[in-house]
Design a protein around this ligand. Sequence first.
Ligand code: GDP
Ligand code: MG
Length: 177
Amino acid sequence: ADSLDEDCDYLFKAVLTGDSGVGKSNLLSRFSKNEFRFDSRPTIGVEFAYRNIKVADKLVKTQIWDTAGQERFRAITSSYYRGALGALLVYDITRVATFDNIKKWLRELREFGNPEMVIILVGNKCDLHQSREVQEEEARHLAELENLFFMETSAKDNLNVEEAFLEMVRRIHAIAS
Ligand code: GDP
Ligand code: MG
């Protein structure tokens, strides 16, 4: 069982989803440790990270799960999503195929996840604008259709990473408290 810190008011579970290589692990390491890695390596060992966040006057402990590379094999199981109140659904703005797969990931989130789950659509690698294949407008449109919050981020340049996670936690808190 998860143990709460004595001074912590809530514990929320959130998950990262999206195609392999879009930057999920780097978004998480940027958010939890302020670290970025240029090489790509499948997540091994630790499958989640924690961060305590102050929302209103409450201290929220957020447990964020990262896929240990299973997304390559489409082997993410329902236990990954179980109990998750939030998700960052990530694509890579320089690879349109990762954006085309967003619908597939959404179906999976809605099938296995909590119906009230807060989903943030994240277009990562916005530092690589010269290689852009997905227009911001296109993603914004999808987000409106699917009722998602949308943000472009760069784990590399540390742009909007904090904002994306905090927006998710704020929205979870608004629903769950
Ligand atoms: P994951 O498979 O979704 O967990 O993706 P990773 O976090 O392992 O990242 C895949 C590759 O993309 C790595 O080489 C990272 O260095 C790179 N990457 C991740 N985020 C960014 C970003 O915001 N900008 C750039 N330029 N590269 C990134
Ligand atoms: Mg990873």
